[in-house]
Write a protein that binds this ligand. Structure first.
Ligand code: TYD
Length: 139
């Protein structure tokens, strides 16, 4: 699986904690968009899509949630449960988020502006494109 879970450095002292995110330093791309998910209702599952070319880095800055990540050959589950974890999700990875704590704030950095055409919202279409991409990479 091409996802990466980074451990971010905390600049903590007796006043509290601080984490800094800098493009092309501890964020492995140029940041073109930031958004965050909050007030997710109990039992809700979000995501349910992959991106054709977008790379993202996801931090749970408050609370907890779970991710399913699927690259078309392998499916893993990751819990984001503290703000020191930075999850890097490359293109062509199907993601589902669930079990959001009531206080969860999920912050997402992205290397492209919002573009609905970059979304694959059908799992079937995602699997077909992932398989075709693997075949052309093997040739
Ligand atoms: P959606 O992609 O469905 O969220 P999730 O995958 O987390 O469940 O986005 C929800 C709505 O917000 C949808 O109408 C598109 C809009 N949106 C933007 O306008 N800009 C953005 O950067 C994002 C991520 C979503």
């Amino acid at each position: 699986m091409r996802v990466e879970l980074k451990l971010l450095q905390v600049h903590g002292d007796d006043r509290g904690g601080l984490i800094s995110l800098e493009e092309n330093i501890n964020v492995p791309f140029t940041i073109r968009r930031v958004y965050y998910l909050m007030d997710t209702k109990p039992g809700v599952r979000r995501g349910m899509h992959a991106h054709r070319s977008l790379t993202q880095m996801v931090m749970c800055v408050r609370g907890r949630c779970h991710f399913i990540l699927d690259d078309g050959t392998e499916r893993i589950e990751i819990a984001l449960q503290n703000p020191e974890q930075g999850l890097i999700v490359p293109p062509m990875v199907w993601r589902e988020m669930y079990d959001f704590s009531e206080d969860c704030v999920l912050m997402v950095l992205a290397d492209q502006l919002y573009d609905e055409k970059d979304y694959l919202r059908s799992y079937h279409e995602f699997l077909e494109l992932a398989a075709a991409t693997r075949i052309s990479a093997a040739l």
